[in-house]
Design a protein around this ligand. Structure first.
Ligand code: ADP
Ligand code: MG
Length: 239
């Protein structure tokens, strides 16, 4: 199942610094929303607020219709993939992926089946008995995605997941992520500073600047009808 996400006047201060400036945002179930904007504009902070890794200064967040303002990350129906994918170096790939599951109530054979299913989907089923040190960067990123996928959450949050990969792999993984979204139909919020990634992946793009969303629209609208000069300049279309 996919879940919608609703942000209501979401505000975040770090000390006296207002990093997120009362943002309203409504994401439909199954959407692929890409957050773009220059470095330091608040993309990661906004994602971390949705994940529950940062606390709100004010405002409200709803996931799947439930208010989650005080819900700890593990009880929000989400999984997050970061740029730096911390895998356990001494554990096998299978172990690393299994770790993503809340295994307490899941019988062992079902755990194994889930790992096998997603390993096949991510084309790492031949690598399950290896250790992370025996994998390429792209393969490691697939393992990190596998670990997020096996939780079968309603929402996926990605923070620049491809920025450590070389150009060729980045394009390959971009295509994979798009296919996965089409196949699984989960809600995705995806942070990047790469305009091409945004244009190819998003159902809607939120262009951020200095803690605010300047425009939230589908890629064609952003490109053809930028709301202001900032959006036009950032997304590389003529003003
Ligand atoms: P982005 O992901 O768009 O590059 P961030 O959300 O990481 O931006 O950062 C937004 C602003 O908040 C920056 O000015 C950054 O320095 C500041 N910031 C981020 N995290 C913290 C923190 N834990 N403490 C203080 N300031 C922070
Ligand atoms: Mg960031």
């Amino acid at each position: 199942m996919a879940a919608g996400i609703r942000l209501e006047q979401v505000q975040k201060f770090f000390g006296a610094n207002e990093v997120i400036r009362k943002i309203d945002l409504n994401i439909e179930p199954g959407e692929f929303v890409v957050l773009v904007g220059p470095s330091g504009c608040g993309k990661s902070t906004l994602l971390n607020l949705i994940a529950g890794l940062e606390t709100l200064s004010s405002g409200h967040i709803h996931i799947g219709g439930a208010q989650v303002d005080d819900t700890p990350p593990r009880d929000r129906d989400i999984a997050m993939v970061f740029q730096s994918y911390a895998l356990y170096p001494t554990k096998t790939v299978r172990h690393n992926i299994t770790f993503g599951m809340q295994t307490r109530n899941i019988p062992k054979p079902d755990q194994e089946a889930a790992v096998d299913e997603f390993a096949r989907l991510l084309q790492i089923d031949q690598l399950l008995e290896r250790k992370p040190g025996q994998l390429s960067g792209g393969q490691r990123q697939r393992v990190a995605m596998g670990r997020a996928l096996v939780r079968k959450p309603a929402v996926f949050l990605f923070d620049e997941p491809l920025s450590n990969l070389d150009a060729k792999l980045r394009i390959e993984m971009r295509t994979e992520i798009k296919k996965l979204h089409q196949r699984l139909g989960k809600t995705v919020v995806y942070v990047t500073h790469d305009q091409i990634e945004a244009m190819t992946l998003a159902t809607r793009i939120a262009v951020m600047d200095d803690g605010s969303i300047r425009q939230f629209a589908d890629p064609a609208t952003i490109y053809e009808n930028p709301a202001d000069l900032f959006v036009a300049g950032f997304m590389g279309s003529p003003p």
